[in-house]
Design a protein around this ligand. Structure first.
Ligand SMILES: Cc1cc2nc3c(=O)[nH]c(=O)nc-3n(C[C@H](O)[C@H](O)[C@H](O)COP(=O)(O)OP(=O)(O)OC[C@H]3O[C@@H](n4cnc5c(N)ncnc54)[C@H](O)[C@@H]3O)c2cc1C
Length: 257
């Protein structure tokens, strides 16, 4: 068992509140980044004042459901260019709920309504290296964090995607190692923790490692319990979020930080 941390030096989460603003924008561009990831670029004057300081911030996409009622789903501001007034959102394609359906159906020129972010969280403290674990829904946040990474920062990443063709090139000034897990090679479902758990079991987790996990809620629970129970990682060194919950629409899962 590796004891990762001591409570005196444990990281703190700094919370920043932002004024939640609803904005009506226009779909400027739409294309596939990879076979199962649609990138939508939103533009419009109403982006003026938009802020997203943290890589794992989220906005709400406000989209119609099957009977035309507005519903909200969480998405990561993948990139924001204030000068060009462009906001980029990446949609992982799955058995479509309303947000995925919307992303599949919209065309450039269509309207898009967003709200938020309502806030942002930053992990502060002496962190020697990061272990980031994600599925494709959290790949936008993970990629953004790597792109924000500074020279000298170290990241080990475990990322599960549907297939090899869903891997992405991510630029970073940091020292980054990524282990891509292709679910089609093991026939694993996106809500199956086994491939990530096997990969984690093979990894050294050094003291001073901060663990960020975002994926399906049950997967996140399994990995978090394993890290705390079998690897001695203190819960204050883990930021874990279920970005979706298998079988439940519009559901995320929170774990104590
Ligand atoms: C903080 C945060 C940030 C997020 N950022 C992103 C992002 O940038 N890009 C992104 O693609 N997603 C992101 N997500 C996940 C996204 O909000 C969910 O996948 C959401 O459920 C999609 O909405 P939907 O309308 O398509 O499906 P819903 O109506 O919510 O769900 C319909 C059904 O689909 C299932 N389902 C939902 N997502 C998946 C999936 N990925 N694979 C298989 N089944 C699924 C549900 O369990 C449900 O049974 C984020 C979630 C959170 C909490």
């Amino acid at each position: 068992m590796t004891v990762i941390s001591d409570t005196q030096t444990r990281p703190q989460i700094e919370r920043l509140r932002l004024e939640p603003v609803r904005r009506t924008l226009t779909v400027a561009k739409k294309f596939n980044v990879t076979p199962n990831m649609i990138r939508i670029v939103l533009s419009g004057d109403e982006l003026s004042g938009f802020q997203s300081p943290g890589a794992d911030d989220n906005i709400k996409m406000i989209v119609p459901d099957e009977i035309g009622k507005s519903v909200m789903r969480s998405y990561t501001p993948r990139a924001y260019n204030a000068e060009a007034q462009e906001l980029v959102i990446d949609f992982a394609v799955h058995e479509a709920g309303p947000a995925t359906r919307w992303a599949l159906d919209v065309e450039p020129g269509d309207k898009a309504v967003i709200a938020g972010p309502r806030g942002s969280k930053r992990v502060m403290g002496k962190i020697d290296r990061w272990l980031m674990i994600a599925d494709e829904t959290a790949l936008p946040a993970l990629a953004r964090r790597l792109e924000d990474g500074k020279s000298g920062e170290q990241f080990d990443c475990l990322i599960t995607v549907p297939s090899e063709s869903d891997q992405q090139d991510i630029e970073s000034a940091s020292d980054v190692r990524i282990d891509w897990l292709h679910r089609d090679e093991t026939n694993a479902a996106p809500c199956d923790a086994t491939p990530l758990l096997f990969a984690l079991e093979r990894m050294d987790i050094m003291p001073g490692t901060y663990v960020w996990i975002a994926a399906e809620g049950g997967v996140v629970r399994t990995l978090r319990n394993y890290l705390m129970g079998s690897r001695g990682v203190d819960k204050h060194w883990i930021k874990a979020t279920g970005y979706w919950v298998n079988g439940k629409a519009d559901t995320s899962a929170k774990f104590e930080e």
